[in-house]
Design a protein around this ligand. Sequence first.
Ligand SMILES: Cc1cc2nc3c(=O)[nH]c(=O)nc-3n(C[C@H](O)[C@H](O)[C@H](O)COP(=O)(O)OP(=O)(O)OC[C@H]3O[C@@H](n4cnc5c(N)ncnc54)[C@H](O)[C@@H]3O)c2cc1C
Ligand SMILES: NC(=O)c1ccc[n+]([C@@H]2O[C@H](COP(=O)([O-])OP(=O)(O)OC[C@H]3O[C@@H](n4cnc5c(N)ncnc54)[C@H](O)[C@@H]3O)[C@@H](O)[C@H]2O)c1
Length: 477
Amino acid sequence: MKQYDLIVLGGGAGGLTVAAGAASMGAKVALIEKNAQPGGDCLHYGCVPSKALIHAAKKVHQARLSAEAFDLEVTGEADLLQALKRVKAAIAHIQKHDDADRFRDMGVDVYIGRGSFQDDHHLMIEGGETIYGKRIVISTGSRPVIPPIEGLKETGYITNETIFDLTYKPKRLFVIGAGVIGLELAQAMARFGIEVTVAEASSQLLGKEDEELVPFIQSALEKELKIMLNTKVQKVGKKENGDKMILVEQDGETKEILVDDILVATGRKPNTDRIGLDHTGVKTTDSGHIQVKPTLQTDRSHIYAIGDVLQAFPFTHAAGMEGKVVVSNAVFGLRRKVDYTHVPWVIYTDPEVFHLGLTEKEAREQIGSDIQVYKVTLDEVDRFIADHETEGLVKVITDKKGKIVGAHAVGKEAGDWMQEIVFAKHHGHKIGDISHVIHPYPTHGAAVQRASDQYWRNKLFSGAIPKLMKRYIRWFR
Ligand SMILES: Cc1cc2nc3c(=O)[nH]c(=O)nc-3n(C[C@H](O)[C@H](O)[C@H](O)COP(=O)(O)OP(=O)(O)OC[C@H]3O[C@@H](n4cnc5c(N)ncnc54)[C@H](O)[C@@H]3O)c2cc1C
Ligand SMILES: NC(=O)c1ccc[n+]([C@@H]2O[C@H](COP(=O)([O-])OP(=O)(O)OC[C@H]3O[C@@H](n4cnc5c(N)ncnc54)[C@H](O)[C@@H]3O)[C@@H](O)[C@H]2O)c1
């Protein structure tokens, strides 16, 4: 039986970081991946295809908007299938980085097949072979939750795992769930001329975002698609002509909606139910997520877990960060702790939504009323005015000394120009420090600088400082 210093179960965003890192440090590593190629959700059904589709959709949308603005004519229907070909090309390109052979070249033994625990040191790979690991990392990711809606299974639906394989363009699409996946994909599909309706069970959109940002994104999306909040999908069925019928209840009223396809985007479920965890003593929560200590060790201290199997931050960059912590701990025996304080995320709708740290509400609950909030609307920033894209807001929340505790934005490409504040927060800079950094004129990032200028304006023009300055200037003359 083959013996390893480290076995990685699941070759996605998290698992590949661990396998590459551990092998480069000289550990004997095995990687078990159930799919024909590593890469995981992010590469095959998540970040990469969704962003490629979103980009193609944005081009189509901009072509129409530009035509309207400059008296040009755009005719014809945008070809969704052509865009899906571009999606596949992007996946194939990036696949080279995650290729099984590339990892073999790094010295990793790659096993293709579903893996499951036989006991807390042994994993069996589908087909028979069993291998031993001194330490093991679980990085099996997550899959879509399918809600128990009457008739849904029989009628048929798509998810993020099948939408990029569509072979026809639906005329009407019904999306269940207005979370990150639902909204990103709904807007992209709408931009190909598909009539999109999104149904959300809760009464508010994007509940994790700062409340003040939500109206901006909601009104932008509602120009392109229909959003039904507070809506319960009661039943799904099929009409004789092939139409899919959805019976929804909104504010006590029931109505029937006819569409060509249904996209289910109602959350994720960790892949921890079919990996033989019951043979290990590793504990999970009621939702199936693995419980870990800050060192990312499970109850069995030689078994670690990272990525979407945890209930922490289900993002590729978080899985990568956790993977690096595990390399330090599982390969070198360190006790590094995972720290999520500076982990941002971006929702790639148009405009984008950027999130870092505490929202204003959370800051008031956790720190108290002694916080400062600096806000800039994008119609105050020259570059956004020049672009005619002034919809949006930047909001920075600090403690009373100016230490950044949260930063949020909605605006064109906010995910890129807000990154500066992640650096500042990560390195303990105060908001005022950003004001001293020279920003080329006129960049979108000036929005962040304007927020930090407010800090100095407040400081200089309130309290005793203005009086002292007047006295000094009189004396100096
Ligand atoms: C539509 C969509 C868009 C997204 N967009 C973004 C984005 O823009 N930015 C972002 O940061 N995040 C995004 N995410 C989230 C991101 O994809 C995940 O957080 C990330 O992939 C988690 O990494 P992971 O390593 O935990 O799991 P994965 O990357 O999913 O990898 C898990 C791997 O384990 C394998 N596996 C499972 N069970 C077994 C088994 N028993 N044996 C062997 N192998 C197994 C799977 O085949 C898979 O390859 C998106 C997700 C979706 C669905
Ligand atoms: N840009 C990114 O980084 C990105 C993009 C996509 C996904 N992701 C990751 O994937 C995770 C999962 O995304 P998601 O959109 O599936 O989940 P989510 O939790 O963000 O949203 C699911 C939504 O569906 C609603 N819902 C649940 N059941 C419903 C029902 N029966 N009827 C109507 N609405 C219902 C929920 O109230 C919620 O608003 C995200 O949390 C994120 O971490 C990240």
